[in-house]
Design a protein around this ligand. Sequence first.
Ligand code: FAD
Ligand code: NAI
Length: 466
Amino acid sequence: MKFDVTIIGSGPGGYVAAIRCAQLGMNTALVERYPTLGGTCLNVGCIPSKALLDSSWHFFNARINFRQHGIETGNVSVNLQQMIKRKDDVVKQTCDGVRYLMKKNKITVFHGHGSFIDKNRIKIGYSEGKKEIIEIAKTIIATGSKPSALPGVTIDKLRIITSTEALSIREIPSHFIVIGGGIIGVELGSVFSRLGSKVTILEFLDSLVPGMDRTLAGELEKVLRKQGIEIFLNHKVTGSKNTGKGVTVSTKNKEGVIREFHGDYCLVAVGRSPYTQNLGLENAGVKTDAKGRVAVNQNLETTATGIYAIGDVIGGAMLAHKAEEEGIFVAELLASQKPHINYHAIPAVVYTHPEVAGVGYTEEELKAINKKYKTGNFPFRASGRARASMETEGLVKVLAAADTDEILGVHIIGPRASDMIAEAVVALEYRASAEDIARTCHAHPTFTEAFKEACMDATGKRAIHV
Ligand code: FAD
Ligand code: NAI
């Protein structure tokens, strides 16, 4: 069997690449070691975590916020089994959707472990011990990532767990300890805090969600603390033990003070590592970098001609939409088109409540490169729509070039930030100035007016509603 393109891994990078290759007329194969398609994102990442974030937010709203809206519910309680079942149903529908798309696009799917025999052949190993060999012309490696481990912490998947186990947990923890205040930590910490667990986040650095603009990180810390989440910054986790009925987590802070935290579950969320296990990269001459990521050039081609790599397995942000963009990029490149990816305009979103979203340069990055900038802010408490919805926490922050007024970065913490950031992405992609957005009509009353007002603030401090 020979294909024009063979893609290893069916996550958002791999399956999107497969569809685009097929659309462009290539005879395409997709190799996936698990029985379902969709990778981390659909099975144990983006989709199930958002399903539980939504369900837990409904519960929190009913318990805490409804009364103020004049809605009396009486006692509300959680049926965790049903909540997890709904999440599983959503995952199944989404994964089945990908299978349908493969069929529709006439993509040949192999469910087995792919590994390079050499530059021209891939072996597909099946669980029952059988194997199959296919000849390859072009190959795209899209094997994604796995949770990173931490020295002194053995993940037993019972009490000391990763996001995968947390998403299918069988009981609501009474005290949920989270190692790492990154994106997974604050999202899953929020889920269990809303469901009634005591949640403690232990973060090594001096801020949550490192990498995002510090203003947002500071605001997020405030709102999460207000929601009852305990946060210990500058606390490096040095070890963790399953004590049978619970867990003990040890930390050392900046001053060298050692502490122990006791809970019933501990989530390890200290980042993810590229997954290239048993892929036979060396057989094909594909090299990895010091961090184990597949090394690629600007065309996302590896050190072996004709073998490309995309998504979490290479460098850059570990985000589903980044993997998708790269999948489309390589497919179009293989079809001799001239695609491009603007990595500067890839948004990042944290699905806490309120949501956090950013695109472009952070203020810290602009300072580091010595770029002169001006800032515009608009708080949601000054937005009529936000008051009507009782969603007044947060702000929009716009960073624009001091000389040209070009928008360099947009950072939002507030209601529907995940959707609002799309306008900022378009602004960055088309190199809009803050003045351009300030002069664009935004429907009233919408949350997006806050973006316009922040741009008005950036251009001559002329926001209307503050
Ligand atoms: P993956 O999705 O990891 O897919 C790789 C696939 O390759 C897997 O199915 C794997 O089984 C398969 N594979 C690996 N090796 C082989 C082999 N040798 N043979 C055959 N198959 C193989 N990102 C967002 O943008 N938004 C979010 O809201 C978001 N939420 C997340 C929540 C959680 C809890 C987690 C863990 C991640 C989240 N992410 C989110 C990150 C996102 O899931 C990843 O960035 C994305 O899945 C990467 O896509 P990928 O295609 O590179 O790899
Ligand atoms: P992360 O990189 O976002 O955060 C890991 C955190 O752990 C960091 O803040 C780090 O300082 C901390 N840490 C490391 N060692 C520590 C120690 N010994 N003690 C205490 N803290 C320690 O990684 P995370 O949260 O595991 O997520 C992995 C990836 O998944 C992210 O890179 C993200 O891109 C992706 N993801 C994206 C989501 C989204 O887009 N909404 C949601 C969830 C995950």
